[in-house]
Every structure is written in C-alpha cells, then in structure tokens.
Design a protein around this ligand. Structure first.
Ligand code: ZN
Length: 70
C-alpha cells in the first residue's frame, strides 16, 4: 500500500492518476504551526486517496510531488 512507484491501486482498481483519486497533503507538527500563522508550509507527504472507497493507495514524499501537488 505504501509503494511509491505510481502503480499502486486501490480496491476499485484506480491508480494515483485517476480523477477519483485526490492528493491529500499531510503536514508535520511544524507545518500545522505555520498553517495556524497563515503561512503555506510545504507538506511533509502527499497521500493519494480514492474518493470512492476512501482507501489511501499511495503515499509520496517525493519533493517533486510535494511541490507540484501541494
Ligand atoms: Zn477506490
């Protein structure tokens, strides 16, 4: 489930590029602090969640993904 090669799929068979799969930024403690101050911190990781089955099918900490999707 935590594979980061982009081929992970949820139980409906959607991969991370599917329109029903949305990137969900996750912040560490410092990030929440910055959010509270009105800043826009870089998330610690991106979880790809299927909006149909609610399954997180991949988690990415790739800096490229963080910059592109946050
Ligand atoms: Zn699904």
């Amino acid at each position: 489930m935590t594979t980061e090669d982009g081929s992970a799929r949820c139980r409906c068979g959607h991969d991370r590029t599917h329109p029903l799969v949305v990137p969900e930024p996750r912040y560490g403690l410092g990030g929440w602090l910055l959010l509270g101050l009105g800043a826009t911190p870089r998330p610690r990781e991106i979880a790809f969640r299927c909006t149909r089955c609610q399954q997180v099918l991949a988690i990415s900490r790739d800096p490229e993904d963080l910059r592109r999707l946050a």
